[in-house]
Write a protein that binds this ligand. Structure first.
Ligand code: SF4
Ligand code: FES
Length: 238
């Protein structure tokens, strides 16, 4: 089994309001098939052996489906592999003596809790605006795992891919056109409060682990127009 030495710069921040800084670790036995989270496990094992506290980071299923993980690797939300959650990002592109920089997902709406762990409650607040279980069903139907990477990848901190996916899937779950318009309007208002504006740069679709399409962005404009001017007699699924 081939191993190689990797220098890992990891963001450390003891608390949300405390200053943060990179801390450097040498991992002498990295492997190409290791994931980013397994690399962090290795960093923590080395720290533990030296009597040091572990680096905090978020994880869950480690199968790319729960949306709990998410770090920025060499400046890219989730990591350099396209459309893969951090738990599914491997080290195959790194070579002996390389350096890798791991920091939290970066966005004003995703504040750091500790080290690499971020607060993703902004996504829940937007989902709650629609009626939480309905919004979660809409997101599941659309394939979104609520990881927040789209927001972090956007220079404006826009949540348009997340919001657009929800808005695209909400109409079939509404019983009436009025219900559809009310839910959409509430989601749009909450999203405006939490996230920045979309400039259609498309970075979000490159990092989205669900591989959601750029077309989902247009649901935001469509529901916006409909919430303002939509026909009351239109079927809810239109
Ligand atoms: S749209 Fe994609 S990147 Fe954004 S929260 Fe959903 S799964 Fe994550
Ligand atoms: S830990 Fe569940 S998606 Fe990464």
């Amino acid at each position: 089994m081939s191993t190689f030495c990797l220098t890992v710069d990891v963001w450390r921040q003891p608390a949300p309001d405390a200053p943060g800084a990179f801390e450097t670790h040498e991992v002498p036995d990295a492997r190409p098939e290791m994931t980013v989270l397994e690399l962090l496990d290795r960093v923590n094992a080395l720290r533990e052996a030296g009597g040091l506290d572990p680096v905090a980071f978020d994880d869950g299923c480690r199968e790319g489906v729960c949306g709990k993980c998410g770090v920025t690797v060499d400046g890219v939300a989730h990591g350099p592999e396209r459309n893969a959650a951090s738990c599914m990002q491997h080290l195959g592109a790194y070579r002996d003596g390389d350096r890798v920089r791991i920091e939290p997902l970066r966005a004003a709406s995703l504040p750091v809790k500790q080290d690499l762990s971020v607060d993703k409650k902004a996504l829940r607040r937007v989902a709650k605006a629609a009626k939480f279980p309905v919004a979660m069903k809409a997101l599941a139907n659309g394939g979104c795992i609520s990881c927040g990477a789209c927001i972090s990848s956007c220079p404006n901190g826009s949540g348009q891919l997340f919001v657009g996916t929800m808005l695209k899937e909400l109409p079939p779950l509404a019983r009436t056109e009025d219900e559809r318009r009310e839910r959409s309007a509430k989601v749009l208002a909450a999203a405006e409060e939490e996230f920045g504006p979309c400039s259609l740069l498309g970075d979000c679709v490159e990092v989205c682990p669900a591989g959601l399409p750029v077309e989902n962005l247009s649901a935001v404009a469509r529901e916006n127009l409909r919430a303002r001017f939509g026909r009351r007699d239109a079927p809810a699924g239109d």
